[in-house]
Design a protein around this ligand. Structure first.
Ligand SMILES: *[C@@H]1O[C@H](CO)[C@@H](O)[C@H](O)[C@H]1NC(C)=O
Ligand SMILES: *[C@@H]1O[C@H](CO)[C@@H](O)[C@H](O)[C@H]1NC(C)=O
Ligand SMILES: *[C@@H]1O[C@H](CO)[C@@H](O)[C@H](O)[C@H]1NC(C)=O
Ligand SMILES: *[C@@H]1O[C@H](CO)[C@@H](O)[C@H](O)[C@H]1NC(C)=O
Ligand SMILES: *[C@@H]1O[C@H](CO)[C@@H](O)[C@H](O)[C@H]1NC(C)=O
Length: 897
């Protein structure tokens, strides 16, 4: 049964309290309240307030009623029994079958920029579903990897592209789908011509195109539905006149959604002709062995977003099912901070408490989370000050979190003592007023200091409040909101925060930016609704003023919660911040590691980053290694240049910073920047850093690019065979116990069953020499123009020429002719720095250029074979980059020894 749910006018939530208190027409209640009012002066004050408030209300232009149809919860007695909280049972898509499939979607788009294709990617990104985009009509990407399917679902932005694929590719694709049990989602694109009863090529399925439809129905019996709540009807005209409807002629097809025609409406409907037309069809795969879901339109109707996610879940056999639980937390920021006469009055506090009680019935554990800055307590009108007191009276019914005492921005504090003082004042305030102190959660005014990180904030938070969780909209950036993520820094969990469309200044519905309809649309299947659909954890930020005035926040959240319940099977739950954060990082463990970016590349980030810091304190180029190719020599030569400045030495590793690999990365951006001087004039100084292990670090190119997207990268290559041997001797020279324990041959020839220490040593010895795969990774972040590959043999034999190339590559001024600064030292056997005063040479330390016995030919032969495929890949890569093939590479590639 369908009943009408009406959201009352915003203010009526409040006035229902009012009626009970003072102007009830029911004699018994009135009597009761009259006596209660008489008993307490405070109550009288409040009652007086209520009456004036009611009169005021009639002057406020109240928002239009928000109405929609929905199954009432009274229709769900069965559900209540089964799941406890009125959550309906849902289809489970997970399968017990042993599927050899990666949890990833392959999306065939028409072009890189096509509209629907972009919407598809955005939905997948927002739901954190992995996907690969491919332009339809080109060659197919690799579909399998070692007898495992690389994609669990295929999506065609334009299903025609599937129907008219060339025969060879189509057979390959269909074979893949049958063999690996992979389903297809297709969208029917709008067409200029109108077809009536046209057959889809090769299928017992007919379409009518360019239809306009109304009254959207879902098929409650469909096993595809999971997120989407079945049995609802979305009444009214549906946007678009380019709908395709399906007319099947085979039992494999089942309608998933249907609608009536707009044109039948008046004329034919009267005669009883008003059929339901299939707008989304589910092909069970009984016709050709492939399951499909076909959409007669894109995402003009919001319901299709839900159906799309359900289709992905269904066709992936549950591998790509989003969880059904949705954790929400509603922060009311700045609960005492607000301009006079826009703050909360006693009636608003009552409304808040009542709304909380109502929401709790459908959202287990629900409480509003109030953030406070004590300095602004009692800074409103006398009525508003009574409101402040009421909030504190009811302190135990809410959750609380601390702010700065005077709501100041933490990044403005360089002095941690002063920052702590601010927080301590607020702590004293909380103690004095009996506000709970132990939530472990805090939020910084204007996101200041959270990201980009202001280390003193994290430190002070820990010391004063034992903060473990915070939230921000700024990581990695405010926009696009769908890409907001979390990270953990210094044991403080930073969660992404969402906006619900309400800000400090949005306090009256009729002044809502873009008009009240905009808020309504956001709730009814729009932006706000989508946040509930896509994000398993949502922290919403609202402000004090959204709860006074028109109480827009209560209206917004109660409405959207109803709407979510009406149209989805999502289970809404609220957890305290600490538990919420644990849940978040259990769900997304891959988000724990932060990614540090350049704060100057985002205006908003720069504005909440300490003015004492400078992005000039970052390197302009990196020498990335690998080890034992001559990086130290290059480092020395570079340092001789008057315009080039290296980092300060690290107290731990003595020379290299090694920030982008390993644990140093977790020490944060400030730690890294402190290795560099602040140049007086950055345009004529080139800061750089050399860490020879960057070359082969898995995460290094991604991290380096996030922070230094414009940096130049220098690598030096020598024969990987020679490099491996040199590395081994280097380890022995440094008395590495494992290296001393084994011969070079033992190490490089050890198999995968070898001793663990031996295998680790082998990997560290041989892996960096697989040059092509490491360079490929760097090149997936940096352009070829940003990368300089130096032949290590040339650096050794003709450093003057190489240094000229390096200076050209860096476009550095002034040009330094190294001829005057480097001289061959016959005793050492390599070039050394010329000391200008004494006209003699200064060479690198004793460990460099160390002599050791030559490699035995057997091992060399083994390594030649081992590196052959990697060297072939390297020569291909160098050719592609139009770089010369070094002599050593030609030699390593040649046959024989
Ligand atoms: C529908 O299917 C039946 C049985 O296969 C067939 O006889 C009939 O011709 C089909 N109709 C159309 C319009 O293709
Ligand atoms: C930080 O502020 C405190 C208190 O205002 C002061 O005593 C201290 O000297 C300051 N420290 C620094 C390093 O400026
Ligand atoms: C910085 O150096 C550049 C290039 O050498 C020069 O043009 C500019 O005037 C210098 N700026 C200052 C503030 O010294
Ligand atoms: C050295 O070799 C011995 C014997 O193979 C082995 O037991 C020991 O663990 C090795 N030590 C190291 C540091 O690899
Ligand atoms: C410096 O030493 C080199 C070689 O030892 C010699 O050829 C050159 O003439 C010397 N230059 C000066 C200015 O003494």
């Amino acid at each position: 049964m369908v009943v009408e749910v009406i959201f009352r006018k915003v203010k009526r939530f409040g006035s229902s309290v009012v009626q009970k208190c003072c102007i009830s027409h029911r004699p018994a209640i009135r009597k009761l309240w009259y006596s209660a009012c008489a008993l307490s002066i405070l109550s009288l004050v409040i009652c007086a307030y209520y009456i004036t408030n009611v009169q005021l209300n009639s002057m406020i232009k109240v928002p239009k009623e928000l109405t929609f149809r929905c199954k009432s919860s009274a229709d769900r007695p069965f559900d209540n029994l089964r799941n406890g909280f009125g959550f309906p049972p849902t289809n489970v898509h997970a399968s017990n079958a042993r599927l050899r499939l990666d949890a990833k979607v392959l999306v065939f788009v028409e072009t890189q920029y096509s509209h629907l294709g972009r919407q598809i990617s955005e939905i997948l990104e927002a739901s954190r579903i992995k996907f690969k985009l491919e332009i339809a009509g080109k060659s197919l990407p690799l579909l399998t990897n070692l007898d495992k399917g690389k994609f669990a679902v295929l999506v065609f932005e334009n299903f025609e592209k599937y129907l008219h694929m060339n025969k060879w590719n189509r057979e390959l694709l269909d074979k893949y789908c049958r063999e690996y049990n992979v389903g297809i989602i297709g969208f029917m694109k709008a067409q200029e011509e109108t077809y009536v009863g046209a057959q889809l090529k090769g299928f017992p399925l007919y379409v009518h195109t360019n239809m306009a439809v109304r009254d959207y129905h879902l098929n409650g019996d469909s096993t595809v539905l999971r997120l989407t709540r079945a049995g609802e009807v979305f009444y009214g005209n549906i946007p678009g006149s380019d709908w395709t409807v399906f007319q099947p002629n085979h039992s494999t097809y089942e309608a998933l959604a249907s609608a009536r025609s707009q044109t039948y409406h008046s004329s034919l409907a009267n005669k009883g002709i008003d059929p339901l037309l299939t707008t989304v069809v589910h092909d069970h795969g009984n016709y050709d062995g492939i399951s499909r879901v076909l959409f007669g339109n894109g995402f003009q109707l919001w319901i299709h977003r839900l159906l799309f996610l359900d289709a992905i879940s269904f066709l992936s056999h549950g591998k790509l099912s989003l969880p059904l639980q949705r954790f929400i937390l509603i922060d009311i920021d700045d609960i005492f901070v607000g301009e006079k006469s826009t703050r909360m009055k006693p009636a608003d506090v009552m409304a808040l408490l009542n709304a909380q009680a109502r929401i709790k019935r459908t959202v287990p554990g629900f409480r509003f989370n109030l953030g406070f800055s004590g300095k602004f307590y009692h800074k409103g009108t006398s009525e508003e000050n009574t409101g402040d007191d009421m909030l504190i009276e009811h302190a135990d019914e809410f959750w609380w979190f601390c702010h700065m005492w005077s709501h100041s921005q933490p990044h403005l504090f360089e002095n941690i003592t002063a920052l702590e003082m601010e927080m301590k004042l607020n702590r004293e305030f909380a103690k004095k007023h009996g506000i709970p102190l132990d939530s472990g959660y805090s939020v910084a005014p204007h996101h200041s200091g959270v990201y980009p990180v202001h280390e003193p904030l994290y430190e002070a938070w820990k010391r004063v409040w034992n903060v473990r969780v915070t939230s921000t909209e700024e990581y990695p950036h405010l926009r696009p909101a769908r890409l907001r993520r979390g990270f953990i820094h210094r044991n403080i969990m930073v969660l992404p925060r969402q906006t619900c469309g309400l800000y400090t200044h949005t306090i009256f519905l009729d002044k809502y930016p873009g008009g009240p309809e905009k808020l309504e649309l956001s709730i009814k299947g729009g932006e706000l609704f989508h946040l509930f659909v896509y994000n398993p954890v949502n922290i919403f930020m609202t402000h004090l003023s959204n709860y006074g005035n028109d109480r827009l926040a209560l209206y917004t959240f109660e409405s959207v919660i109803k709407f979510v319940q009406c149209w989805t099977n999502l289970q809404l739950i609220t957890l305290p911040p600490l538990q919420l954060a644990d849940k978040y990082f259990q769900t997304y463990p891959e988000e724990s590691d932060p990614v540090w970016m350049n704060p100057c590349n985002d205006k908003r980030h720069r504005a909440i980053w300490s003015a004492a810091k400078s992005c000039e304190q970052l390197p302009k180029f990196l020498v990335i290694g690998p080890q034992k190719t001559g990086t130290t020599a290059l480092y020395t030569f570079l340092s001789m240049h008057p315009a080039i400045v290296s980092n300060y030495p690290s107290p731990e590793t003595f020379e290299e910073v090694q920030f982008f690999n390993g644990r140093n990365y977790y020490k944060g951006l400030d730690w890294y920047m402190n290795f560099f001087p602040v140049p007086k004039n950055s345009t004529d100084k080139y800061l750089f850093e050399k860490s020879a292990t960057y070359f082969d670090g898995d995460l290094v190119p991604m991290r380096a690019h996030a922070l230094l997207p414009a940096a130049k990268i220098i690598t030096i290559l020598i024969s990987p065979i020679k490099r491996a041997y040199s590395w081994y001797q280097h380890m022995r020279g440094h008395k590495d116990p494992a290296a001393l324990n084994y011969s070079f041959q033992e190490i490089v020839t050890t198999g995968d069953r070898g001793h663990k220490a031996l295998r680790e040593l082998r990997n560290r010895c041989l892996m960096p020499g697989m040059y092509a795969q490491h360079l490929d990774r760097w090149l997936s972040y940096y352009s070829p123009q940003q990368l300089l590959i130096i032949d290590g043999e040339e650096l050794k034999s003709d450093p003057v020429a190489v240094m000229s190339k390096v200076q050209q590559f860096l476009k550095i001024k002034p040009f330094l002719n190294y001829k005057d600064h480097l001289r061959y030292d016959p005793r050492k056997g390599f070039f050394c720095q010329v000391s200008q005063e004494r006209n003699n040479t200064k060479c690198l330390g004793r460990s460099k250029g160390r002599l050791y016995p030559p490699m035995d030919p057997q091992t060399e032969k083994f390594l030649k074979a081992f590196y052959l495929p990697h060297n072939i890949a390297l020569s291909k890569l160098l050719t592609k980059l139009r770089q010369p093939i070094p002599f050593w590479l030609e030699k390593d590639l040649s046959h024989g020894s």
